[in-house]
Design a protein around this ligand. Structure first.
Ligand SMILES: Nc1nc2c(c(=O)[nH]1)N[C@H]1C(S)=C(S)[C@@H](COP(=O)(O)O)O[C@H]1N2
Ligand SMILES: [Mo]
Length: 386
């Protein structure tokens, strides 16, 4: 049996292999809840949670939001239905008409062109399931500005190659149309983001025409939106109408500056090339706490999500605040390399009733998890009996 110290001293690959074998041999094979009875669910509370209505559209235009209620998620509902998928910024008024919509491809190119949604739809193919998380996902909306959908589209790199970049073209400025009759209280209209060609290749960014097997809906960017796998959704420009090839001198856009702090930039970069890729680090949070009757006693089951990062996490640490020691959470089964998020569960026997603050970190301390380092996704739960 490895001690925590010797485990942490292992190289990452070996540590994960050990995790996987421990998972196979232990918690993942035995489910104490299989012989139990579910008594109910204890709500998660916290410093800001439970304030916004979930699964309903609130606000208008740039301030429109729909926070997805993630508390009921199961292995069968890991792809969020479009009707419940989170919304950040509602469709422009009037909404774009797909029949007349055009996307200009221009700038430092030999062959400027105008692409239509129909052109893209003809070439579109399944792009897989990808996670979107708003960089402004907070406890106010119970962290519901996040979801996974299956996408259909065309790699942006293909559209750029077809335009034949001129020497000196190294980046692409993608802009979306935002026209709203009411001004926003917080956000600036007009969304655009700059990507290097390398970033497009590495992320596999694509122009999406369909979401969950149906044409995009207006609130999700119809007729065409950008999806940048692994990056915060502020870069996933909706209602795309302009693609411009540019050089290294291109300034960062207002949208990039608005989101600089929330994407972990140092300061507010003047130039796009000074912007760190706004990647979603490894993250995890509880979504519900179930109260069970097992073997004549009470046992709690913490259910949560794990997402983000370069490599899937197979093991986490969970803390309960000052009242209890940390424990190890094994993600069963280990997240597949292609799954954008996964569920984990943890059997928990609190020592005493009280308020507990649940937080998670990667078990491997070398994994970058900037938000978990700040206890960003911590939730609280009140246990009334043990
Ligand atoms: N044109 C445009 N695209 C946009 C935005 C916007 O305000 N305007 N908001 C961005 C942000 S901050 C997020 S989180 C995602 C939300 O995508 P969704 O509403 O489809 O979930 O869209 C991005 N694309
Ligand atoms: Mo966002």
């Amino acid at each position: 049996m490895l001690t925590r110290r010797s485990f942490l001293a292992l190289p990452l690959d070996a540590a994960l292999a050990v995790c996987a074998s421990r998972v196979a041999a232990s918690a993942c094979d035995q489910d104490p809840f299989a012989r139990g009875r579910l008594l109910g669910t204890v709500p998660l509370t916290g410093r800001g949670g439970g304030r916004a209505p979930l699964d309903t559209m609130i606000g208008r235009g740039l301030d429109a939001r729909r926070f997805t209620d993630l508390s009921g998620i199961t292995p069968q509902t890991l792809v969020v239905p479009t009707s419940r998928f989170f919304v950040r910024t509602g469709a422009p008024h009037p909404p774009p008409d797909p029949a007349t919509w055009t996307i200009r491809v221009r700038g430092l190119v030999e062959r400027p062109s105008t692409v239509t949604p129909a052109d893209l739809a003809r070439r579109a193919r399944p792009m897989g399931a990808h996670l979107l998380e708003c960089a402004g996902n907070t406890e106010t909306g119970d962290f519901g500005l996040m979801g996974v959908a299956a996408w259909t589209g065309v790699p942006l790199a293909e559209v750029i190659e077809a335009a034949v970049p001129r020497p000196g073209a190294t980046r692409v400025l993608v802009s979306g149309y935002d026209a709203h009759p009411t001004a926003s209280r917080r956000s600036q209209p007009g969304a655009s983001w700059v990507f290097s060609f390398d970033e497009l290749r590495e992320t596999g960014a694509f122009l999406a025409t369909e979401m969950n097997g149906a044409p995009l809906l207006p609130d999700h960017g119809a007729p065409v939106r950008l999806v940048v796998p692994g990056w915060y959704a502020c870069a996933h420009i909706k209602w795309v109408n302009d693609i411009v090839l540019v050089d290294e001198q291109i300034p960062s856009t207002p949208q990039m500056r608005e989101f600089a702090a929330r994407t972990h930039q140092r300061g507010v970069p003047e130039l796009a090339r000074e912007f760190e890729p706004p990647v979603v680090d490894a993250a995890a949070m509880p979504v519900r706490v179930e109260k069970w009757h097992v073997d004549g006693g009470l046992l709690y089951r913490i259910v949560g999500l794990v997402w983000g990062g370069r490599a899937p996490l197979s093991a986490l640490r969970i803390g309960f605040g000052a009242r209890a020691r940390e424990e190890v959470v094994e993600v069963c089964p280990p997240v597949g390399a292609t799954a954008p998020w996964s569920l984990w569960t943890h059997a928990w026997k609190p020592a005493a009733p009280g308020r507990y603050r649940l937080w998670l970190k990667p078990l491997d301390p070398s994994v970058r998890a900037r938000r978990l380092d700040l206890y960003f996704y911590a939730r609280e739960v009140v246990i009334d009996e043990v």
